[in-house]
Design a protein. Structure first.
Length: 217
């Protein structure tokens, strides 16, 4: 039975968050297609993980037998997050764009699970090749050819970290123009927002079906 690790990081609750709406569509489809599977859910806004401390960092490069009590506690918290990732057959991440970057809570999770010799820079990685679907929502558009193309730091960063560093199989779903319904200056873009919303919900459902079929094969 397959395990899905579902991570949300939007500060807005369900019903008010574009990224959560799309991750919800993915998860509902996943559970419909794979009712006997397991879903591990982390809401990083409601229950943030610790940011990396000196103790957590140095513990990752030293013999556990030499750890101080503070290092041992901090490293144990990191290992728990890493084990969740290692046990996942697929990963779903909601990554809204805040001030051109990912939420700090998601960055904290990444800093915890990136561990040299275990999740990267090792031939014994248990996570290499794991499919990851990232819902990278944003209030405007940062697509190639748009005026703000050069400010796109979410997909570029996450591809570098998840794909290039951790060797995960990364796929992006990108809901755009999510501020259009609330911002009068973007009123003319509402139809494009609505089209983006419809498209990304369909992409999420299709991606979930594809992954459940692949894992069941």
């Amino acid at each position: 039975m397959a395990t899905l690790l579902h991570i949300d990081s939007s500060v807005f609750p369900h019903g008010a968050s574009s990224s959560r709406s799309v991750t919800d569509a993915f998860r509902r489809t996943w559970e419909e297609q794979h009712p006997e599977g397991t879903v591990i859910y982390r809401d990083l806004a409601a229950d943030p993980v610790p940011h990396i401390t000196a103790d957590a960092h140095t513990a990752g490069f030293s013999d556990p037998a030499t750890h101080t009590p503070e290092q041992a506690a901090a490293f144990h918290a990191r290992v728990r997050l890493i084990e969740e990732l290692e046990g996942a057959d697929a990963v779903l991440i909601g990554a809204p764009m805040y001030n051109f970057a990912i939420p700090s809570t998601l960055k904290a999770w990444l800093d915890n699970v990136i561990l040299m010799g275990r999740t990267f820079m090792t031939e014994e990685s248990k996570i290499a090749g794991t499919p990851v679907t990232v819902v990278a929502s944003r209030g405007g558009s940062y697509a190639p050819g748009t005026p703000r193309e050069g400010y796109e730091y979410v997909q570029n960063y996450l591809q570098a970290v998840l794909g290039d560093t951790l060797a995960l199989d990364v796929d992006f779903i990108v809901p755009e123009l999510t501020m259009a319904p609330q911002n009068p200056a973007m009123a003319e873009l509402v139809p494009l927002y609505e089209a983006s919303r419809t498209r990304t919900l369909q992409e999420a459902e299709a991606r979930a079906k594809t992954l459940t079929e692949r894992l069941a094969a």
